[in-house]
Structures are given as structure tokens and as C-alpha cells.
Write a protein of this length. Structure first.
Lengths: 230, 292
């Protein structure tokens, strides 16, 4: 599903923020990504959702080396990836249902189909009473759930979430975790970047740990495919 | 509205609100230049067909007896020259009528000496040599002036063609101004909505999907501006046409347009709409190619 081999990344001429990162996420796996602030979690996710290119190394998504993919093929690959951004990145001028429906609209789905699907998903994340609300009127937790609904609406093959429980209490966090697990059961490969040790412990899933731009930690072996569970 | 869903809040851009008005001014200038060029072109065609193959011979005002003798001599010489289709002396009233635009009706005094004019029409198939004819007339009527319309017409046509070229240059320049305006406003929009455009890009929007939002709005705004500009052009052309007709003197070419020429003017807003749309698309696609 996702394979990194000796990947390095730097912004412009700055120092490398990721160094020699290698791991493999098999299809249908569920991992956490942990690390202190500035360790490179967001940069690693950016490489995975194709917002940046690596400075060196090989990245393979869905069994294809991204360096050899023509640019015109990238939108279709991105549609297979759901992303929950740390800062939500909702469109403030659009109501909740239109925000959630955005990936389907971009993919060219039919209008009626889009709204039904979005409504159903918002009910699932407990936001069916604010379909027409604009993001600026929502709480942090509500925005996060809208962002999650938008990330999963197109049933992505790979779900990447950057601190998806950062703005919610433990109850909501566990509810969101169950949502991710449900999606994982349906076949989506999940990677969640989080500081929430409690969430990682309760989920009991393998973790990748980043420190100073290098992949370390107790689950490094698992992440490179050496652990059977991953 | 030419797009089904606006993922980007382009309507809220302050610069975009000015686009229809800027393009209205551009269409107005282009429309006026085109209208002027087309009516001038029609006038040149009329002059060309009306004056080619003709000459005017002027017998200067002198003592009436010698002037009339010179006139008779000149007419006789003309009638004896092959290649002359007709030669007719204008009456004093006709000559006075020609001066009316400059001097006003009834302003001519009976005592004012007027030259006698001969209107000469040349055979199209066998027109005589103008230089030989001039010498012949001057011998028959000393002091006569042969006005070969072709020379003055050529100068007039040259002037008209120069004005036409200037009008074309104006149309090209205002089209470039329209392109520059749309490029600037599109780039402003791209900068203002960079975050949301990046989001669309990351969730899998193809470049064309994002470009369609800009190009649809550019087409919409450019057409609105174009219609406003066209309305102003039509009003101006009609008012100028009436003012020129009111002079009634023939000093100015008639500012009237044919149905086809009106259709050309009506196409200007469509052209500006297409220019706006294509410019926005090319600008957006060029900028999006910089994204990974």
C-alpha cells in the first residue's frame, strides 16, 4: 500500500526534516504515528498525501513509484487518499454538508448521490443537526468531525489523519477512534499521527515513532514489515 | 452563472467586482474604434466609386466674357478628345451650391466672382492620358486648373487607411489590456484563495476542475462588462451619427453602420468573454502546474 525507502526530505535549502525513513504499510493495516512536535510527523504525512516531493529515496503508493507517475495521474491517486488535516482546512464559505461532499464533487459524482451520502455520514459523526451551518459557527470538535467526515466520504484506500483528536475530549476521541477502526475493518489502511498516548494505548495498534526526523521507537520493526501484525 | 458549484468564494474578491467595469470600458473603446473604422471604410468605398473616373476643370473667375470664352474652348477641346465620356459645365447655381457648406445658404453675393466648373467623366475602358489632357485644356483655356480627383482621392484614401490602421491598433491594444486585466485579477484570485486551491488539489481536483471555476466566473464577468460596453458604444454611435447627419453638409462621412457592421459590434462582448475565459484558464493552469 505505502512503502518508503531511505526517504529524505528538506524544505528548500534548509536542513533535512526527515532522514532515511523506511517503512511499509500493508493494505488494511492500522498504525499510529507518534513523535514530539517538530519531529517530522506532518512532513511525513505531506509526503504520503503528495503535497510534497521527497528530496531523496523512493516512495511507492498503491504499488506505484510516485517518481515515475505522470503529473496528470496524480489527482486520481490523491482521490484514493483521505486526509484529516491538523487545522481542518474547511472552506468557511460553504456549509457543513457541502464541505463534506467536496471530495465526491471533485471526483464528479452525481449531485443527488453526493448529498445523500454526505447526510448519512454526518449523521454517523453526530452532526446531522448542523448540515447547513458554516464552519466559523462550529466548535473545534465539530469542525474536526466535519474534517473527518470529508476525509472518509469517498471511502479512500488510505486514510491519513494529523492529530484528529486534538480538539476533542476523551469520549469524542474514542468515538472517532471507533469510526477509524470501522473504516479500517472495511478495508481502508489507516495512519493516525497523534500525541494522545492514551488513545494509542487503548487502540492497541502498532506505532511508528519519529524523533529528530528519523523513524525510531518500539514499533519501528513492525512498521518496516518485520512485525507480523502490521 | 456559467459554473454549477463554486468551491472557491471568488465572488468575494474585491478586485473581481471591478472586472466588469474595466472590461466595459475596454469594450467601449474597442467598439468605438471598430465603429469608426467600419464607417470610414464604407465612406472610402463610396468616395472611391463616386470619384474615380472623373475630373473637374476649373476656369478661374475673371471678366465674365473671357471666362465664358475659355469655358466654351475647354468644352470644345474636351468633346474632341477621345476617351471622354461626357463633359458638362456646372451652372452658377450648382457652383454656388457647392460652396454652401462652407459659406452658408444665401451667403453668396451675386457680385462675388465664381469660377466655372466642368464636370468631366472619363471612359473606364479607354481613359485619356491625364497629363496630355491637362496640356490640351491649358492651351484651349489659359489659366484653367485640371483637378484630377484620383490624386486627391489617393491622399484621402491613404489618410483613411492610416486611420483604419490606427483603429485596428487600438482594438489590438485594448484586447491586450483586457488580457492583462484578466491575468492580473486571476492571479490576485489565485493568491487570495491559495489555501483553498491547495486543498482542492490535495483532495484530488484536477487542474481543469480548479481552472473551470476561474474561467466560468471570468466568462460571466467579461460578458457582463461586454454588454455594458456594447450598450455605451451603441448609444455613442447613434448620437454621433445623428450629430453628423445634423450637419448635413457632407463635410463628414456619414456615421451609419450596416446590419453586418452592427453584428460585428455585437460580437465584441462575445469576443471579450472568450478572451476573459481563455486568459483565466491559461493563467490558472500555468500556476497550478507549479504545484506538486
Amino acid at each position: 500500500m505505502v512503502r518508503f525507502q531511505n526517504v529524505g526530505m528538506r524544505y528548500g535549502l534548509g536542513p533535512e526534516v526527515l532522514r532515511d525513513v523506511s517503512f511499509h504499510l500493508p493494505p488494511g493495516s492500522f498504525h499510529f504515528l507518534s513523535g514530539a512536535s517538530g519531529a517530522g510527523k506532518s512532513s511525513l504525512l505531506k509526503l504520503m498525501y503528495l503535497a510534497c516531493r521527497p528530496s531523496r529515496g523512493l516512495i511507492s503508493l498503491f504499488d506505484t513509484d510516485i517518481a515515475t507517475m505522470p503529473r496528470r495521474a496524480l489527482p486520481a491517486v490523491r482521490r484514493q487518499i483521505g486526509v484529516v488535516f491538523q487545522d481542518f482546512r474547511l472552506l468557511d464559505h460553504m456549509n457543513v454538508i457541502d464541505n463534506v461532499a467536496l471530495p465526491l464533487r471533485v471526483a464528479g459524482a452525481k449531485r443527488g448521490e453526493i448529498r445523500d451520502h454526505a447526510r448519512e455520514l454526518l449523521k454517523w459523526v453526530g452532526l446531522d443537526d448542523c448540515l447547513d451551518a458554516l464552519p466559523p459557527t462550529l466548535s473545534g470538535g465539530q469542525k474536526q468531525r466535519v474534517a473527518i467526515a470529508r476525509a472518509v466520504i469517498s471511502r479512500p484506500l488510505l486514510l491519513l489523519a494529523d492529530e484528529p483528536t486534538g480538539n476533542v475530549d476523551d469520549t469524542i476521541a474514542m468515538r472517532l477512534l471507533r469510526l477509524f477502526e470501522e473504516l479500517n475493518r472495511l478495508g481502508t489502511t489507516v495512519l493516525i499521527a497523534t500525541h494522545n498516548e492514551n488513545l494509542i494505548r487503548r487502540a492497541g495498534r502498532p506505532r511508528l515513532h519519529l524523533s529528530g526526523g528519523e523513524l525510531t521507537g518500539p514499533f519501528h520493526g513492525a512498521a518496516t514489515g518485520e512485525e507480523g501484525r502490521a | 452563472m456559467f459554473w454549477t458549484h463554486r468551491d472557491l468564494a471568488l465572488d468575494s474578491d474585491p478586485a473581481r467586482r471591478f472586472l466588469p467595469w474595466l472590461l466595459a470600458m475596454i469594450v467601449y473603446l474597442a467598439g468605438l474604434a471598430l465603429a469608426g473604422m467600419m464607417s470610414l471604410s464604407a465612406a472610402v468605398d463610396r468616395w472611391d466609386s463616386g470619384l474615380s473616373g472623373t475630373l473637374t476643370i476649373q476656369i478661374p473667375a475673371a471678366a465674365p466674357d473671357s471666362r465664358d470664352t475659355a469655358l466654351a474652348n475647354a468644352l470644345a477641346a474636351l468633346r474632341a478628345t477621345p476617351g471622354i465620356e461626357s463633359a458638362r459645365a456646372l451652372s452658377a447655381e450648382e457652383t454656388a451650391a457647392l460652396l454652401e457648406p462652407w459659406l452658408g445658404k444665401g451667403a453668396l453675393s451675386r457680385d462675388l466672382p465664381l469660377p466655372r466648373l466642368i464636370d468631366v467623366r472619363l471612359r473606364k475602358d479607354a481613359a485619356p492620358d491625364i497629363e496630355g489632357l491637362t496640356n490640351l485644356i491649358k492651351a484651349a483655356a489659359p489659366g484653367a486648373i485640371v483637378d484630377d480627383h484620383k490624386k486627391s482621392l489617393d491622399r484621402l484614401i491613404h489618410l483613411a487607411r492610416t486611420i483604419e490602421a490606427a483603429a485596428i491598433a487600438i482594438v489590438v491594444l485594448v484586447a491586450l489590456a483586457a488580457i492583462a486585466t484578466v491575468v492580473f485579477i486571476t492571479r490576485t484570485g489565485l493568491a487570495l484563495h491559495a489555501n483553498n486551491i491547495e486543498l482542492l488539489h490535495l483532495i484530488g481536483a484536477a487542474d481543469g476542475y480548479v481552472a473551470r471555476q476561474f474561467q466560468g466566473q471570468a466568462l460571466d464577468l467579461a460578458l457582463r462588462g461586454g454588454v455594458i460596453g456594447l450598450a455605451l458604444t451603441v448609444i455613442t454611435v447613434i448620437l454621433l451619427g445623428r450629430a453628423a447627419a445634423a450637419l448635413g453638409s457632407g463635410l463628414l462621412p456619414a456615421l451609419s453602420l450596416s446590419a453586418l457592421q452592427w453584428a460585428v459590434l455585437a460580437a465584441v462582448p462575445l469576443a471579450i468573454g472568450l478572451i476573459g475565459m481563455m486568459t483565466a484558464r491559461i493563467t490558472v493552469m500555468g500556476e497550478l502546474r507549479k504545484l506538486p
